[in-house]
Design a protein. Structure first.
Length: 266
């Protein structure tokens, strides 16, 4: 597969096109042990690999007595250039085609990682590989999620037979009917705690006496006794306390008792 890019890529001869060697790596441990890798000899090491084009300008300059890192300034053909490096671990080489008018077309990139030479994949292949890896991970995540939710779906299916009973309960609540609740020890303890809190609040902040009762008591009219007797009778538990307060001149101690409706609601 030919790899070409840049302006004037269509003018590159077919003999200069780059062969697809993405699955090939090359390494020479003897050479690395003897010379190591640095900016001055990285192209000499690369020239030993199958990625190197023997007809390039770098090789022509070598034949003319120049180092491979300094190809001829002018001349049409393939050239190799050290694009970037992080010695001694990473070296990036650029393969390009120099046209007669000075235009340059990038053909491929190669990198040397810890002595091993690889051909860099094109951007399209790199993005495709990343997308395929993401899709694989997403599929695995959904598979694990399905396995985790499988017991929950089985539980929902097992409770499907209880739908009629739950619907009857919903109908009772929607009709405003009282549904009997099981009274447990914890529920009773909570109810007593709430009642104690309400009594404490009423003791700290007693309820004000209605204005109607105050006017009736001040006027002393014939309707006063009946109003005083009827007002406490609104709850079923506070009548005796109200009469006792009236007998002692209205000086009642302690908070008024809770109405039966509030006590039953708690």
């Amino acid at each position: 597969m030919a790899v070409t890019s840049g302006a004037g890529a269509g003018d590159v001869p077919s003999s200069a096109c780059t062969e697809d060697l993405l699955g090939v790596s090359w390494r020479d441990d003897m050479w690395l042990t003897a010379f190591g890798l640095h900016h001055g000899n990285v192209l000499d090491y690369f020239a030993l690999s199958p990625f190197y084009d023997r007809q390039c300008n770098n090789e022509r300059g070598m034949m003319a007595g120049k180092p491979r890192s300094q190809p001829p300034a002018m001349g049409e053909g393939v050239e190799y250039l050290l694009a970037d490096s992080q010695p001694p671990h990473l070296f990036i080489l650029r393969k390009m085609y120099r046209h007669a008018l000075g235009a340059i077309t990038t053909l491929a990139f190669y990198y040397i990682l810890d002595g091993s030479i690889y051909q860099a994949p094109p951007l399209q292949a790199a993005l495709l590989a990343r997308m395929q890896r993401c899709i694989f991970c997403i599929k695995g995540a959904f598979k694990d999620m399905q396995q985790d939710l499988s017991p929950l779906s089985q539980l929902v299916a097992a409770q499907a037979g209880q739908g009629q009973q739950q619907s009857a309960l919903d109908r009772e609540l929607a009709a405003g009917r009282d549904v009997a609740r099981p009274v447990t020890a914890a529920y009773r303890e909570q109810q007593q705690r709430v009642e104690a809190n309400v009594r404490h609040v009423l003791r700290q902040f007693p309820l004000p006496v209605p204005t109607v009762l105050l006017e009736a008591e001040a006027g002393g009219g014939p309707g006063a006794p009946s109003q005083l007797q009827d007002a406490p009778a609104m709850d079923g538990t506070g009548g005796a306390a109200a009469h006792a307060g009236a007998a002692t001149g209205g000086a009642a101690t302690g908070p008024p008792p809770l109405p039966s409706a509030v006590a039953s609601g708690l």
